[in-house]
Structures are given as structure tokens and as C-alpha cells.
Write a protein that binds this ligand. Structure first.
Ligand SMILES: Cc1cc2nc3c(=O)[nH]c(=O)nc-3n(C[C@H](O)[C@H](O)[C@H](O)COP(=O)(O)OP(=O)(O)OC[C@H]3O[C@@H](n4cnc5c(N)ncnc54)[C@H](O)[C@@H]3O)c2cc1C
Length: 465
């Protein structure tokens, strides 16, 4: 098992290198681990899932509203099935709470039948229209004026952090090298690719570009100019756990040309989320929140769920979607170069990740890679971060066997010493306190680390000494 974060890189020739260890690159690396190949996945960051994959709305979509016939529609539908099954096996928290697409005016109400028909064309047959009374019965705290809704019972909430980590863990345990703090700066070579990285040279026969927001720039280095990523910022507000009884479903707006719109959704951690905005920017690092963005969210949230906006806020964050000038994912095979572009994976990449990975395996075969027979991977079982499933502090037998699971370090999120110890000692350990938070929830609660911060930091630093 090899994870490197510093120092020299191996000088041997890899069969495949995947650039990017977000949810998509990690899913591809996991799929490659099933073959007898010498593979690596690399990331510029100090952790997996540290780009767009850490900051989304965490919905496992059915794909009911995708563009029918698009690659995205196909991969979201397939990915939803694959990830739901994988989550059950790997212990990734998923709650199948369903979604209501709420119509607030006549135009939106009139749009619902077309959305139901679109769901049918996308192979999703469980969507149905419900009237205002049923909407109110199903969501008693909804603001006044809802005229009806499209009920989409197959939509779920999921833990995005555990998903990426499960893929990466299984890939590394399956023999794939992971090189972090390893930014690919330029790519040259003819018989094989030579990747100049911030840590030195890497060489590979086949290359997969899963660089998220930077996939277009890598693509241009290889001579392709078919899409440009325009980061589309989504700001979100996370409300405290006291807000959780206010909402039962994912409350979706009727979509507009700019995207899926502002939603209200529970999280698997027991909070309620409001967002995201949709702002086209030209800065790929602009993950800050703005006063205007948050004000807009509050204004929209007030209409959907008036009591929500009076609840306490736990955190705000923003993610950047890899939007392009095209309406679909930009996945392309370049046979002569033994190179696959996995670009434009915009608002549905978490859901589609496993299907994208399977599709990329096919494309790699098309461009000349002989992957050999696939074998089963050793199953992984990830630590549970979800509130709907037993957490360590709730398990008397576990605590009796190892009292560290009964010693709480982060009281807001009820995170034990045992969980922090396990995360620091895991196959893909965190590169930062934020990475540790995504593995345990420590410092992610009401006090945002005000109380547990020093203790968590000292555990983290002790492990790194
Ligand atoms: C606000 C918001 C809400 C969303 N909601 C949902 C949702 O509810 N459900 C859903 O399914 N999807 C959702 N998405 C979409 C989903 O989050 C993305 O599609 C997915 O995370 C993309 O993953 P990725 O691996 O392609 O990109 P990333 O996670 O960005 O990974 C790319 C990685 O490449 C690395 N990298 C870049 N350049 C280089 C280089 N030169 N060298 C080395 N490494 C490099 C980066 O460091 C990064 O880690 C949402 C997105 C946003 C922003």
C-alpha cells in the first residue's frame, strides 16, 4: 500500500496514471485496482476529495431531470444504482428520503407535467404529481403558497466525503499508488507520457485526465481545445441540528437555465442545508462566501421554509462546479495519444462517479490498453459518519472492548478519541485538520472547533511527529 505526500517519486513506468483524486479520479483508480496494472493516481492537494468533491449538496440523484439521451443522463442513472449498492457494502451513509420539486407559482406548476414526462424519458418511472394539500401534509413547515409538487421518491442524501475516501482506500489497498502534493505541471513525450510534477517526473503509458476544474488546461497541454471550464460557484448555508425536524424531504425548486436552483435538504450528519447559488466566475479558486450570496439564499429560503432562516447557522461554504460551454460531460478518448479526457463533470459527478469509472475502463480498452481480467477487490467498511446509523458513542459493546470509543473529544458532533485515532492511522490518512474533519466530523459542529480544536490539533500533530 503506497501513499506518498513528499519526497521522490518512483522512476518506473506506470501503465496508467490518473490526474486528480476527487470523487471521479478516485472512482477510476478503484476500478483500475481490479486489474493487474501498475497504476497511480495523483493530486495537487494534500488529500483526496479536496476539490469540488468536498463541497457539494451531497445528493444521490436519480437523474430524473437530466437531458434525455445525454452521456450525463446515462451515467447518472447507472451511477446512482452502482453507488447505492456500493454504499450499502462499504458503510457510506445514505438516507433515501426522496425529493419534492415544489411549484410556487402557476408557471412552475404548469412545468411539472413536462418534468414528469422527462423523468419517464430518463427511465425514471416513480415520479408523480401531488397537489397542494398533499405537499402540505408531507411538509408541514413549508411556507405559504405552494401549489403542488413533483414527488421523486428515489432521491437520497449521501456522505460525499466517505464516498471519495472509500474509493481511494480501496484503490490503495488494491495496489494503486497515490501521490499527493503532486501537481502535474506539464506533459510531454511520444512513446510514453512524461509528467513534470511539483515533486519530479512521473512516466506512464496511458493517461487519464480527471483534474476537475483544471481538466481543460491539461487537455490543452495535450493539444485539445474543445471545452473551457467556467467555474460556477455554489454557496451554501448549513443550519444547526435543531433545524432538522423542520424538513423531511429534499425540497427542490423547479429548475431554470442556470441549473438546479436553490434547495433545502437535510444532511446525513443531521443538519439542514440551504443552497447552492449559481454564479459564473473566472477564478478557479474563488471558494469564498459573499454577503450577497448568503443574503440571496436567506431570501429564497424564507419562502421555502420560513422557520429555517431563524435557526442558528453552523457553517457556510462554497463549491465550484466544472461548468463548460457544453450541455453534457466532456469525456473523450484520444487513441493516438493513449489519453482519456474526463472533463466537464459538473453538478452530478458524485452520483455518476462509479459509472464514469466503468465507462473510462471501456475507453481505455478502446485506446489500446489491455486491462486483463477484472478481479474482485477486498471489501472496505468505512467508519460511519451518519446520524441515521449507530455511531461509536452509541455502541456499549464497542466501548467496553475499547474505551477510546467512549471518550468524546468533539462534543458537538460526538466524535470519540477512537475514531480520531483510527482516521489518523488509516490507509489514506488526512493531510490536514480539515481532512480529519471530513473523516470524523471533529471540529465540524456548532462550535466549529472552538472547544475541541486544541485537543484535535494536538492528536493530529502527535501522529505526524
Ligand atoms: C455546489 C455544488 C453542488 C453539487 N451537488 C451535487 C450533488 O448534490 N450530487 C452530485 O452528484 N454532484 C453534485 N455536485 C457535483 C460534484 O461535486 C462534482 O461533479 C464532483 O465532485 C467532481 O469531481 P471531480 O473528481 O471531477 O473533481 P474534483 O473533486 O475537483 O477533483 C479534481 C482534482 O484534481 C486535482 N487537480 C487539478 N489539477 C491538477 C493537476 N494539474 N495536478 C494534479 N492534480 C490536479 C484537484 O486538486 C482536485 O482534487 C455539486 C457540485 C457543486 C459545486
Amino acid at each position: 500500500m503506497t501513499v506518498t505526500t513528499a519526497g521522490e517519486l518512483p522512476d518506473s513506468l506506470y501503465d496508467v496514471i490518473v490526474v486528480g483524486a476527487g470523487v471521479v479520479g478516485s472512482a477510476i483508480a478503484r476500478e483500475l485496482a481490479r486489474r493487474r496494472l501498475r497504476t497511480a493516481f495523483v493530486d495537487a492537494s494534500d488529500d483526496v476529495g479536496n476539490g469540488t468533491s468536498k463541497a457539494n449538496t451531497a445528493i444521490l440523484h436519480t437523474g430524473f431531470d437530466a437531458v434525455p439521451g445525454s452521456l450525463e443522463a446515462r451515467l447518472v442513472r447507472d451511477g446512482q444504482r452502482r453507488l447505492a449498492a456500493y454504499a450499502a457494502e462499504a458503510g457510506i451513509p445514505v438516507e433515501p428520503i426522496g425529493a419534492l420539486l415544489v411549484a410556487w407559482d402557476r408557471t412552475q406548476l404548469d412545468a411539472l407535467p413536462a418534468l414528469a414526462a422527462k423523468a419517464e424519458r430518463n427511465g425514471y418511472h416513480d415520479a408523480r404529481l401531488i397537489d397542494a394539500d398533499e405537499v402540505r401534509r408531507r411538509e408541514p413547515h413549508l411556507g405559504p403558497g405552494a401549489l403542488g409538487a413533483l414527488d421523486v421518491p428515489g432521491e437520497s442524501i449521501i456522505c460525499p466525503w466517505t464516498t471519495t475516501l472509500a474509493y481511494a482506500t480501496q484503490a490503495v489497498r488494491g495496489g494503486v499508488d497515490l501521490h499527493l502534493n503532486c501537481r502535474v505541471q506539464s506533459i510531454t513525450g511520444t512513446t510514453h507520457h512524461e509528467l513534470a510534477t511539483s515533486r519530479g517526473l512521473l512516466r506512464t503509458r496511458f493517461l487519464v485526465n480527471a483534474a476537475g476544474l483544471y481538466a481543460d488546461e491539461l487537455d490543452r497541454q495535450l493539444g485539445h481545445d474543445t471545452f473551457t471550464v467556467t467555474p460556477r460557484r455554489g454557496q451554501l448555508i448549513v443550519f444547526d441540528k435543531f433545524a432538522r425536524p423542520l424538513v423531511r424531504h429534499i425540497l427542490l425548486p423547479v429548475p431554470t437555465a442556470l441549473g438546479k436552483g436553490v434547495l433545502v435538504s437535510p444532511t446525513v450528519y443531521g443538519n439542514v442545508m440551504l443552497g447552492p447559488t449559481a454564479e459564473d466566475l473566472d477564478d478557479k479558486q474563488a471558494t469564498g462566501s459573499t454577503a450577497e450570496g448568503l443574503a440571496l439564499l436567506r431570501e429564497q429560503g424564507r419562502r421555502i421554509l420560513p422557520e429555517l432562516v431563524t435557526e442558528e447557522v453552523t457553517a457556510v461554504y462554497a463549491g465550484l462546479r466544472a461548468a463548460t460551454e457544453h450541455d453534457d460531460y466532456q469525456v473523450r478518448a484520444h487513441a493516438r495519444q493513449r489519453y482519456i479526457t474526463v472533463g466537464g463533470i459538473r453538478s452530478t459527478g458524485l452520483t455518476a462517479s462509479m459509472a464514469i469509472a466503468a465507462y473510462v475502463m471501456d475507453l481505455l480498452s478502446d485506446v489500446g490498453l489491455d486491462p486483463g481480467p477484472a478481479h474482485d477487490l477486498e471489501p472496505v467498511r468505512m467508519p460511519n459518519l451518519g446520524e441515521a446509523f449507530p455511531r461509536p458513542w452509541q455502541q456499549a459493546e464497542l466501548i467496553a472492548a475499547d474505551p477510546a470509543y467512549g471518550t468524546l473529544v468533539c462534543h458537538c458532533e460526538r466524535v470519540s478519541l477512537g475514531e480520531i485515532r483510527d482516521a489518523l492511522d488509516s490507509t489514506v490518512p488526512p493531510g490536514s485538520l480539515d481532512g480529519l474533519r471530513r473523516r470524523t466530523r471533529a471540529r465540524g459542529g456548532r462550535c466549529q472547533g472552538f472547544f475541541c480544536g486544541p485537543a484535535v490539533r494536538s492528536l493530529f500533530e502527535e501522529e505526524r511527529r
